[in-house]
Design a protein around this ligand. Structure first.
Ligand code: NAP
Length: 226
């Protein structure tokens, strides 16, 4: 799928922006992963989403270097694993992500899950706030945070996340959570936007739209998102 040059930018509450469509790298690893990411870059993808949990940070960094495209044209996202929510651990893992990718800074960094029973996500958030001040991260955000988690980090740090990455697709529309993010000035970013290759890609209404517009069903779902 070649991305149109007209992929819109979404503006964040910190003045930065993200392209509306990006590439996820869950299960994208090693040399084969590098080739897969390079293929997406050739097709126009510039936002690349990884996580320390995915073990794909190395492949992301290698693909960016091999692409020959300036680092500054990419929007690189990674995420903090749950076992590193303590403040000092979080600061170390942010640096580890940067080292593993061989880049100088992260464009966007998210707390992967709040894990409220462990209850260390507030100090993790304060580490992201400080890492942003140190210039290690351009935009900071969270993932899988519910409204009560968002309000707690905002109240305890005075800093609102730029992004909350949550599961959204035609079978899990999450209207309430999208509204909760929006009312706080937080951009919602969808994970598993195709429903993990689920039956949504074979729904008659989506197949009919794909036939009508000469697209594949994945493209129709991405258009629904944007
Ligand atoms: N923050 C979080 O907690 C979280 C959680 C999950 C995912 N994510 C992020 O979101 C990204 C995307 O999520 P995801 O990989 O779970 O799910 P997804 O993007 O919804 O679906 C990916 C699957 O869709 C299939 N697919 C893609 N295009 C298709 C098409 N045109 N027609 C038919 N099938 C198609 C692929 O199947 P084949 O493999 O068979 O090609 C692939 O396995 C991840 O890579 C990760 O970066 C974040």
């Amino acid at each position: 799928m070649v991305l149109s040059r007209s992929v819109p930018n979404i503006f964040l509450n910190d003045g930065h922006s993200l392209p509306a469509i990006g590439l996820g790298t869950y299960l994208v690893r090693g040399g084969q992963g590098v080739d897969q990411i390079l293929s997406a870059i050739e097709d126009g993808y510039r936002l690349i989403d990884t996580s320390t949990n995915y073990d794909s940070e190395g492949a992301v960094g290698e693909a960016i270097r091999r692409s020959g495209i300036p680092r500054s044209e990419f929007i690189v996202t990674s995420k903090l694993p749950g076992k590193y929510h303590h403040y000092q651990d979080a600061l170390m893992m942010i640096q580890e992500s940067i080292f593993r990718m061989g880049i100088d800074y992260l464009d966007l960094y998210l707390i992967h899950w709040p894990l409220p029973k462990r209850d260390h996500y507030v100090e993790a958030w304060k580490a992201l706030v400080d890492a942003q001040k140190l210039g290690l991260i351009r935009s900071i955000g969270v993932s899988n945070f519910l409204p009560e988690h968002l309000d707690r980090i905002i109240n305890e740090s005075g800093v609102t996340p730029a992004v909350n990455q949550i599961e959204v697709h035609p079978y899990w529309v999450q209207e309430d959570m999208l509204a909760a993010n929006k009312s706080r000035g937080i951009v919602s970013e969808a994970w598993s936007p195709l429903g993990r290759g689920s039956a949504a890609l074979k729904e008659d209404i989506i197949k009919n739209l794909a036939d009508k517009y000469g697209k594949n069903t994945g493209q129709i779902i991405l258009r629904w998102h944007t």
